[in-house]
Design a protein around this ligand. Structure first.
Ligand code: GLN
Length: 485
């Protein structure tokens, strides 16, 4: 089953010309036919276009070109522009919109010869932790399709876990790569802010958003990061730092590395099975030679509140462009004001409306200083907590999500419960640092994946990849497959 291989396994076969990109792409398309009726990860895909890209990759391979992503089929979250493909961000408001250009990450993947195909389901405008806020469908967790896959990049996580593609792109504003990766049992990497260009990513909260990958193994996360990273003249927040050859950092060694455990993260709401898995993972890393250091991140308690002020404020500004005038769905009105309100009233779902209202409120005159400015100050303190901790440690270990995947519908009526799902992931976005989630165990019954999160310094991806890889190689969690026949 070529679709079940990792990027590095498939890449070897393609390079040796044992298999073709066309066969690999067809295997993914067949798998979608077989399981996506239950998983519902894809909102759409264009099989003809995928096979045409694969044929072009085969020609490049035949001409002697080689590269780690040449001919590898990758799924794309429905928030990243792919020229000629629908772009709907899990929302009705974009109507039948088709992207007129490729995002920078897509240009890079095309240059590397990857087959970029499919639109993967997500919470509307990436707002959510369960994919239940998609206007189209709720994705099922491949380990138990009556449960959520996490979110907002739930389609990306589920598609990779169900072997419907070899790897996928997602975006992470407060945990949307790491949390679904944990809940579906794959590897999710959120790069440091500025590492990867956001050009062509539909903005949710521009100071927090980053594009990253879902993969089946840590080595593939290194390969993807190298392909995606780099400064981009189209994104002024991308940073001109050299792009390392990330795969060479995967030495398998953690001896002498100092790993921080934050006392504030061992909170009451942590599910006991997640706690057990996390403790076992920590022991494993100690056995491998890492040194544990207790650290303090004193402003942790304020992270969720700070995030929901800053992210909603930025979202309210970013989503103002969806007004029915220039593109997307339109509901006519007697005058422009009525047209805007009818279009936005019909086009946005309840969670997006809630966030726009919250964000508009915290930015409004009279409340701006009390909420928005204060949240920015707390954000600075949260970043300072991390920078201080990183003077003592090389990486920080936490659970990725406080609980395993819950049942579809279980938290849908309780936004606050849903917001608390982000408690361990949100701070990394506020601080601009990098994070990765790797599989670290399962709940016994039902059998659901658990993820371990490693947080690293700004532009410290090599260190977290190294620790994640060493841990992965010492365990077998990543080899397990969901019970989908
Ligand atoms: N779950 C968080 C939210 O709802 C994070 C989403 C994200 O990272 N895009 O905002």
């Amino acid at each position: 089953m070529l679709n079940a291989l990792t990027i590095s396994e498939l890449g070897k076969k393609l390079a040796a010309r044992e298999v073709s990109a066309r066969e690999a792409t067809q295997a993914c398309l067949d798998r979608i036919q077989q399981v996506d009726g239950r998983v519902r990860a894809f909102v759409s895909y264009d099989a003809r276009d995928a096979l045409a890209q694969a044929a072009a990759a085969d020609q490049r391979l035949a001409a002697g070109e080689r590269g780690p992503l040449l001919g590898v089929p990758l799924g794309i979250k429905d928030v990243i522009s792919v020229k000629g493909q629908p772009l709907r961000c899990g929302s009705k408001i974009l109507g039948q919109f088709v992207s007129p250009y490729d995002a920078t990450v897509i240009q890079k993947l095309r240059a590397a010869g990857a087959v970029v195909f499919g639109r993967l389901n997500m919470d509307e405008f990436a707002m959510g932790s369960s994919t239940e806020n998609s206007a189209f469908q709720t994705t099922g967790n491949p380990w138990d399709t009556s449960r959520i896959p996490g979110g907002s990049s739930g389609g990306s996580a589920a598609a990779v876990a169900a072997d419907e593609c070899v790897a996928a792109l997602g975006s992470d504003t407060g945990g949307s790569i790491r949390q679904p990766a944990a809940l579906c049992g794959c590897v999710g990497l959120k790069p440091s802010y500025g590492r990867v260009s956001r050009f062509g990513l539909v903005a949710f909260a521009s100071s927090l958003d980053q594009i990253g990958s879902f993969t089946k193994q840590v080595r593939d996360a290194a390969t993807m990061l190298e392909a995606l990273s780099g400064v981009d003249p189209c994104d002024s927040t991308s940073v001109p730092q050299p792009v390392p050859h990330y795969a060479t950092s995967l030495s398998g060694e953690v001896k002498g590395l100092r790993l921080g455990l934050a006392k504030e993260y061992m909170v009451g709401g942590l599910n006991p099975e997640v706690r057990l898995a996390m403790d076992a993972a920590v022991n494993q890393l100690v056995k491998l030679g890492a040194e544990l250091v207790e650290i303090s991140l004193p402003h942790t308690d304020y992270a969720v509140a700070t995030y929901y002020i800053i992210a909603t404020a930025e979202a309210s500004a970013n989503l103002a462009r969806f007004d029915g005038i220039r593109y997307g769905a339109r509901v006519e009105g007697a005058d422009p004001t009525e047209l805007y309100s009818k279009t936005r009233g019909a086009g946005f779902g309840p969670e997006v409306k809630r966030r726009i209202l919250l964000g508009t409120y915290v930015l409004s005159s009279g409340y701006y200083d009390a909420y928005y400015i204060r949240a920015q100050k707390v954000r600075t303190l949260i970043r300072a907590d991390f920078l201080k901790a990183f003077e003592k440690v090389d990486a920080i270990i936490t659970p990725t999500s406080p609980t395993p995947a819950f049942k579809i519908g279980e938290k849908a009526d309780d936004p606050l419960q849903m917001y608390l799902m982000d408690i361990f992931t949100i701070s990394a976005n506020l601080a601009g640092i990098c994070g990765i989630s790797v599989p670290c165990g399962f709940t016994p019954s039902p059998r659901l994946p658990i993820g371990l999160q490693l947080l690293g310094k700004p532009f410290g991806e090599e260190t977290i990849l190294r620790v994640a890889h060493a841990y992965e190689q010492a365990t077998a969690w990543h080899k397990e497959k969901p019970p989908l026949s």
